[in-house]
Design a protein around this ligand. Structure first.
Ligand SMILES: *Cc1c(COP(=O)(O)O)cnc(C)c1O
Length: 397
């Protein structure tokens, strides 16, 4: 087959598979739709009736406790977004001021933005072709090449700047080889800050997700597995760090009944009570969301098994993914094929999307330091994300 015939065969193949799972007449199918019930309405009404709409309400604290329980951490601090969570972790750990933070290029733009907001510099490293997260083997050899220890800090020989942390991303909820990444972090004395915004409910046999490093960031944006409308959180076992985070996210005001005494330039980043009430109702249904997302993922896995053009991106060995976002990878890395498949899918009512544009290919982040990124570039030409709302499991026999 020539390339054009191959592209249209791959496009009609993926449309046919989706039509077999999700009835064509019932679309359009978005990647994610939030699921709100009477319970969400009830708790938001309760918060409104109590008159606490901003962060002083009691639902914020209850939501944080429920979240810490769900993540297996000692503390959770609820904030206005996942981006704010990442930024404020860096800020509170004293990372900024031109420090470099290692992160994947293949991620949502918020990872790199948060690093820049903190005054630090994203330093892009390559992804693993199977689990889509940071390639720890490649990262180790790269750091051996460019890193130099000086005065107790790791420096980038090329830029002279301090390399201050590693920020891995659990892409689509898959947690790949966390133990190996922790070993690399330990070898170079770097803290890990997890961008776990896509991974609430994911587990790994090798290392507790959310507890790989100092702290992890969560997101409750409308498209995430649990939503607060918009919102995020930091989960950590470090009680003192959680206290500092609560302080700095509420304008760094010293507790006093009437006096305004602020001991640093803080942020107004705490999650409002109305959003926390909504999130509390959502969190009660986390197990149910996980169960239904898994059954949808298993149906995709079966439908794409033995397909000649598309491979389902499955959970990595030793990981129990939340299957936040289902995706397939084209056998051919061909931008034209991907465009054709996306066009056919949209025309058929399946609002599928490619993976993100790698950060180093965006003008806003192109100038930052980086390793060679062949895998990130290749994956970006192959991946298509599929409709993944929990409710779609209704259509499966
Ligand atoms: C959603 C997301 C974020 C940011 O979360 P917001 O709540 O939208 O700010 C960060 N990183 C990744 C990988 C995400 O998917």
């Amino acid at each position: 087959m020539n390339a054009i015939a191959q592209a249209s065969a791959a496009a009609s193949e993926i449309v046919k598979i989706l039509q077999g799972l999700l009835p064509p007449g019932r679309g359009p199918y978005q990647l994610h739709e939030p699921e709100l019930t009477e319970r969400e309405r009830g708790l938001v009404n309760e918060a409104m009736a109590e008159g606490f709409v901003s962060y002083a309400g009691r639902h914020v604290g209850i939501f944080e406790q429920a979240l810490a329980r769900a993540c297996g951490t000692r503390e959770a601090v609820a904030v206005v977004s996942g981006t704010a969570a990442l930024q404020v972790i860096l800020h509170t750990l004293g990372i900024g001021n031109g420090d470099e933070v290692l992160c994947p290029s293949l991620t949502f733009v918020a990872t790199a933005n948060a690093i820049v907001h903190a005054g630090a510099v994203p330093h892009f490293v390559d992804s693993h072709p199977d689990h889509l997260g940071l390639d720890s083997g490649r990262l180790r050899s790269y750091l051996r090449e460019i890193g130099a220890s000086r005065d107790g800090a790791l420096r980038n020989r090329r830029t002279g700047r301090r390399i201050a942390a590693i920020m891995p991303v659990h892409v689509f909820g898959h947690v790949g080889r966390p133990r190996e990444l922790c070993d690399v972090a330990a070898e170079f004395g770097l803290p890990i800050i997890e961008d776990a915004t896509e991974a609430l409910g994911s587990m790994s046999d090798f290392c507790p997700v959310m507890r790989m490093g100092v702290a992890a960031a969560l997101s409750f944006n409308g498209n995430k597995i649990v939503t607060t409308g918009g919102g995020g959180a930091i989960v950590t076992d470090d009680v003192a760090l959680a206290g500092r985070l609560r302080h700095v996210t509420t304008t760094a005001k010293r507790p006093h009944p009437w006096r305004f005494d602020h001991d640093e330039v803080g942020f107004n980043y705490r999650l409002p009570n109305l959003n926390a009430a909504l999130g509390l109702a959502q969190l009660e249904r986390l197990e149910d969301f996980l169960r239904r997302k898994r059954s949808l993922a298993l149906a995709y896995r079966d439908a794409f098994a033995h397909d000649a053009c598309w491979d389902f991106i499955d959970e990595p060995p030793g990981c129990r993914s939340n299957f936040w976002l289902n995706a397939v990878k084209a056998r051919d890395a061909d931008g034209a094929l991907l465009e054709e498949a996306l066009g056919s899918l949209h025309a058929a009512g399946y609002r599928c999307r490619p993976c993100w544009t790698p950060m180093h290919q965006l003008a806003i982040h192109a100038g930052h330091p980086r390793d060679a990124l062949p895998v990130a570039e290749d994956l970006a030409r192959r991946i298509i994300c599929l409709p993944s709302s929990a409710r779609l499991s209704e259509y499966l026999q």
